[in-house]
Ligand binder design. Structure first.
Ligand SMILES: Cc1cc2nc3c(=O)[nH]c(=O)nc-3n(C[C@H](O)[C@H](O)[C@H](O)COP(=O)(O)OP(=O)(O)OC[C@H]3O[C@@H](n4cnc5c(N)ncnc54)[C@H](O)[C@@H]3O)c2cc1C
Length: 469
């Protein structure tokens, strides 16, 4: 199923694309270069051509041309991916979805919205501001909805509202033979037929190209935020588990390790105790949260926590979460010339503290610079290496160990960033040979000529994960 683009095939495809799409076909070096990379550490590879699609029919016509000449098609959303998913490693067409940017239908009574794949998440929530509703999935970047569907994205809100998998009700997708397929419905639940929607969520452009999505919306919650430091990381994780058992709704709970807390203090953004720290957001009426605040404080103290510091108003709460969002970029700025490489494993919460501590010990032994942040309520954490070029082999070795450690704990190689290029080698170890063989059969059924984002998700037979461990 490998894609072999011949230069004559490519030349013929270019002629057909220009005839159909005119100025929306771009072969200039600067635009190709912008579509050669994402935000990951993976090497850039330029596409042969970039095409800007404006409608679902455009995408269908483009795929038909690509299929006729067996040219790869790699969807490109906002390019914020962290595993190289949008890099056209086999060249071909980079299909830019940014002009599929319509918020097509808001249905407040049904609490759903239909959007084009190119809509960015911040623009979507801006469009919803008068409704009292919002779309909660919040990767740290201003990603496109199509990219978020494709990677099965999540973020700080997932502990309360779930990931893309729980929040996508239906899709419009163009398949490898240029057909337009609609999956799901406007209904909030269904047990009708194979669940193509959930199969396509997380498929990273390898099974179909998303042009529209129907998304669940949620009422904007009442919320109060707070933070506390903990003597030990295990204490911080245990406190989260106990607070959840209290029945209080945790909207977000984020762990920042000691080195990242030090970065925040050096910036003067907050004055935090030099300890592993949790940022909390509790959902509910202020009185309800207030009535439980003494119990929350007691749980935190019982697990070695400091006094909880509550954000006094909405602005202070927003500032707290903005600090969480930008703290890693401050850490990067402290090391001029450094590149960032985030790991992204997810483990059962009962094993989270142990896996994080093992990771921290590995990092400390190696002398590398790295920071750990965690969506603790979900068992998902990122060890983010800020490395200089000479350190890349060591980073690779530790990133490999983190994945193997997570798999050994019963977890997954990717909690939210997807497989892309970086996690292909672990697929058999995580899912088993038979499951990967079934995935290959699915891929062959959806994309028999291998034109949709080739070289992603499924492992090369030569891949093996333990090369660096
Ligand atoms: C600072 C920062 C913080 C981040 N934090 C998070 C986080 O908290 N949680 C999280 O989940 N991610 C996070 N990410 C990663 C990234 O934002 C997500 O993976 C996001 O879903 C990618 O969306 P995108 O539009 O940028 O997609 P791209 O990077 O353009 O593409 C990603 C993948 O989706 C495919 N794709 C794109 N559009 C379509 C389409 N219409 N149809 C089919 N396939 C398509 C691409 O081919 C590629 O395989 C972060 C990234 C950065 C830079």
């Amino acid at each position: 199923m490998s894609t072999h683009v011949t230069s004559s095939g490519l030349a013929a495809a270019l002629v057909a694309l220009k005839e159909r799409f005119g100025e929306n076909v771009v072969t200039g070096a600067s635009v190709r270069d912008l579509h050669a990379r994402d935000e990951s550490h993976h090497a850039a590879v330029s596409p042969d051509v970039v095409v800007f699609a404006e409608t679902t029919q455009d995408v269908a016509d483009l795929v038909l041309i690509a299929a006729r000449y067996t040219v790869p098609v790699v969807p490109f959303g906002a390019g914020s991916g962290l595993e190289g998913g949008a890099i056209p490693v086999h060249g071909g067409i980079s299909l830019d979805t940014s002009r599929l940017d319509g918020v097509l239908e808001i249905r407040p009574d049904d609490m759903i919205v239909r959007v084009g794949a190119g809509v960015r998440r911040l623009a979507l929530n801006h469009a919803l501001r008068e409704t009292g509703l919002f779309f909660p999935v919040d990767p740290g970047a201003d990603a496109s909805i199509g990219g978020m569907v494709a990677t099965g994205a999540s973020g700080t809100n997932a502990v309360r509202f779930g990931t893309m998998r729980e929040n996508v009700l239906g899709l419009t997708v163009v398949t490898a033979d240029g057909k337009i397929v609609r999956t799901g419905s406007l209904a909030r639940k269904s047990s009708s037929g194979y669940d193509l929607t959930r199969l396509l969520v997380g498929s990273e452009g390898t099974l179909g190209i998303v042009t529209e999505a129907i998304l669940r919306l949620h009422p904007v919650p009442e919320a109060l935020s707070a933070h506390a430091g903990f003597a030990t990381l295990a204490g911080a994780v245990a406190a989260v588990t106990d607070i959840k058992r209290l029945g209080l709704v945790i909207g977000r709970v984020e762990l920042l390790d000691e080195p990242l807390v030090a970065v925040i203090n050096r910036r003067g953004a907050l004055s935090l105790a030099p300890l592993p720290t949790l940022f909390f957001e509790f959902h509910g009426q202020a009185e309800e949260i207030g009535s439980l605040s003494a119990t929350i404080a007691a749980i935190v103290a019982e697990h070695g926590g400091t006094a909880l510091v509550w954000a006094r108003d909405r602005a202070a709460a927003q500032q707290l979460w903005e600090i969480r969002r930008v703290a890693l970029s401050w850490a990067k700025a402290e090391r001029p010339g450094a590149h960032s490489w985030p790991s992204d494993v997810c483990v059962p919460i009962s094993r989270l503290a142990e896996v994080i501590l093992e990771t921290r010990a590995d990092v400390d032994r190696s002398g590398l610079t790295a920071y750990i942040v965690g969506h603790v309520g979900d068992g998902n954490f990122h060890c983010v290496f800020m490395h200089l070029p000479g350190e890349v082999d060591e980073v690779h070795r530790l990133a490999d160990r983190i994945v193997l450690c997570a798999l050994e704990a019963g977890g997954t190689a990717s909690g939210e960033h997807g497989v892309g290029l970086g996690k292909r080698a672990y697929q058999e170890l995580e899912h088993g040979r038979e499951a990967v063989a079934l995935m290959r059969r699915l891929k062959a059924a959806f994309d028999p000529h291998g034109i949709l984002n080739p070289g992603k998700v499924l492992p090369d037979p030569a891949d093996h994960p333990t090369a660096h461990s």
